[in-house]
Structures are given as structure tokens and as C-alpha cells.
Design a protein around this ligand. Structure first.
Ligand code: MTE
Ligand code: MO
Length: 312
């Protein structure tokens, strides 16, 4: 964990504009300053409720976060449509309040928590993570939430809890895509318990300092930055602790394409395309994909002894 700790670069809590402003003041001077002030005004207009953060940690090596507009308009959320711009257009039917999340299975404290109580289980913080989709695009996202480990600890799993299973809301009135049989609903994902308690695994309630918009998984979603994006189940209503590896939506739908582990591995191609490169949204040239999405020093030890070609 040494590198993870030294990578923590805390910054004071500032609005989106300051990411841009600092850079532009330094690089371009007065003209840029005017432009940056205009952007700051826009940043203050971001939708959602502002969230009080205790700290900010850059875990993307100083890379500039992808603009809010891209993070919220280029999405995968099949319950709200299969095109990248469908979720934003269709998110209006999703009502993130009232909302509750069921915690059950192999735990001492099985219970149903109101979303606001869930959000208060641990101090909210911002973490800037690199994210990568199996479709070979990537983003840098300033998520707001807390480590999933805090919830696991709170739930008090029994010794039989070996995996954690995540389930999305099943309600075609709110998520009309569930009327179509494109996937088996509700959307389900899973982690091994040691993955779920790894300090990088995160439960997100917001982005850019505000509550999540529907298209990004309001009111709460999973974020696993060293795995492909499909691990990040959205709009969660149930978190279950189980003794057997749970079935997951994509691995049941297409087992040869999407494994349970879903680790970003540039050497293991998707059956229909290479995983060696990726396109960072907003950039033209493609980049080399990094093992475990750049978090290998932190997470590789979770997978020693596992053949990542078989367990992809
Ligand atoms: N419920 C649900 N969660 C989901 C998906 C989905 O279709 N439904 N798509 C997954 C995929 S494939 C990706 S890449 C990420 C995209 O997250 P983003 O749109 O917030 O970037 O959400 C994941 N979580
Ligand atoms: Mo994805």
C-alpha cells in the first residue's frame, strides 16, 4: 500500500472552476483568467445538490478531470436506453428520493437504510479516479462518496460472507429500459469480499461536489476504478453478502465476453476487439491502456495466483 498512500495528494476543497483556473492562470495569463471566470460561473450552475466534503484526493496522477458535461452525457445505463446519449435524455423518470437500500445476507446488521442515512455512514470525500469502459473509452471523474469498506464494516459480515452482490432498482416506471428484454433485470454485479474492502473501492453519491444525476446512477452507485466500467452498478437498492460467487448481469448475458473479475488487462482482448488502447473522452489520440487501469501497485496482490486470462 506504500504507493497508494504517497499518491494521496490532498487539495483544498474548491469548485470545479478552480481545477481549470489554477492551470490557466499559470499557463496563459490574463485572457485565460477572463475565460476561467466565465467557466467558474458555469460551474456554480451545475445541477444537483452541493455535498459537504471532508477532503479531496487525486488518484489520477494529476490529470485534469473530464468535463462535467461529458461525464453526464456519454453514459452506459441500459435501463435508460442503449445509446450513449439516451441516459441523460431519459433520466427524468428516475426519482432518487425517497429511496432506500437493503443490506442483507451474511451480516449481523441486516437492515433497510434510507438513502440519507446511508450517505451519512462515513464522511463524504472526493476522489478523482481514472475510469475505463470495456468499450475502450475512458474518463477521469471526481466522485464524491466514501470507501465501500466503511459500509462493509458497518454491516458486520459473518465469516461466511465471501462475496458482495449489488443490485439496481427494478421498476420499469422509473427505468423504462427494463420493459425491453435486452438484459436480465435487475442489473447485478459482484465483488469478492477482499475486493469490496480494498481501500480504492468506493460507494459514490455524487460527482463534481454535487449529488449524482440520474444518468450517472443516482442516488448511489458502485465505483471500482481498477476494473472495467460495467462493475460500477448504478442506482443501487440492494447490497447482499453471500457465500458463493454471485451471478452478474454481463457475465450471464455473454460469458465469453465479460468475466466476473472484469479486471482491466491490456493483454486480454475482448473477443471482438483489442483492449491494448483506449480513447480518453475529449482527446483525439488513443493512449495505451495500463494494467488494472493504472492501479496495479495497489491491487495486483489481490489477484496473485489467479490466471487473468482465464479469470478475466
Ligand atoms: N444499472 C446499471 N449500471 C451500470 C450500467 C447499466 O447499464 N446499468 N452500465 C455499466 C457500464 S457498462 C459502464 S461503462 C458504467 C458507466 O458509468 P457512467 O455512465 O457513469 O460513466 O456504468 C455501469 N453501470
Ligand atoms: Mo462499460
Amino acid at each position: 500500500m506504500a504507493r497508494f498512500r504517497s499518491d494521496l495528494r490532498e487539495r483544498e476543497v474548491t469548485p470545479e472552476s478552480l481545477y481549470l483556473r489554477r492551470r490557466e492562470f499559470l499557463a496563459l495569463g490574463a485572457l485565460a483568467a477572463v475565460e476561467a471566470l466565465a467557466r467558474r460561473a458555469q460551474a456554480e450552475d451545475l445541477p444537483g445538490e452541493p455535498l459537504a466534503l471532508t477532503r479531496r484526493t487525486d488518484l489520477a496522477g494529476g490529470e485534469k478531470p473530464t468535463p462535467y458535461a461529458d461525464i453526464t452525457s456519454y453514459n452506459n445505463f441500459y435501463e435508460l436506453g442503449t445509446d450513449k446519449d439516451d441516459p441523460k435524455r431519459n433520466a427524468g423518470t428516475l426519482k432518487p428520493r425517497p429511496w432506500s437500500v437493503r443490506i442483507d445476507g451474511e451480516v449481523k446488521k441486516a437492515q433497510t437504510l434510507d438513502i440519507d442515512a446511508l450517505a451519512r455512514l462515513a464522511p463524504l470525500e472526493e476522489r478523482i479516479y481514472r475510469m475505463r469502459c470495456v468499450e475502450a473509452w475512458s474518463m477521469v471523474i471526481p466522485w464524491v462518496g466514501y470507501p465501500l469498506a466503511a459500509l462493509v464494516k458497518y454491516a458486520e459480515p459473518t465469516s461466511r460472507a465471501k462475496y458482495v452482490r449489488f443490485e439496481t432498482l427494478l421498476d420499469p416506471a422509473q427505468l423504462p429500459g427494463e420493459r425491453r428484454g435486452i438484459l436480465e433485470w435487475p442489473y447485478r454485479e459482484g465483488l469478492r469480499i477482499d475486493e469490496a474492502t480494498h481501500p480504492l473501492a468506493f460507494l459514490a453519491f455524487g460527482l463534481y461536489g454535487r449529488t449524482l444525476p440520474g444518468q450517472d446512477g443516482a442516488p448511489v452507485r458502485l465505483v471500482v476504478p481498477w476494473k472495467y466500467g460495467f462493475k460500477g452498478a448504478k442506482s443501487l437498492v440492494k447490497i447482499s453478502f453471500v457465500s458463493e460467487q454471485p451471478g452478474t448481469t454481463w457475465s450471464q448475458m455473454a460469458p465469453n465476453e465479460y468475466g466476473f473479475y472484469a479486471n482491466v488487462n491490456p493483454q486480454v482482448d475482448h473477443p471482438r476487439w483489442s483492449q491494448a488502447h483506449e480513447r480518453r473522452i475529449g482527446e483525439f489520440l488513443r493512449r495505451k491502456t495500463l494494467l488494472f487501469n493504472g492501479y496495479a501497485d495497489e491491487v495486483a496482490s489481490l489477484y496473485t495466483g489467479l490466471d487473468l486470462r482465464k479469470e478475466f
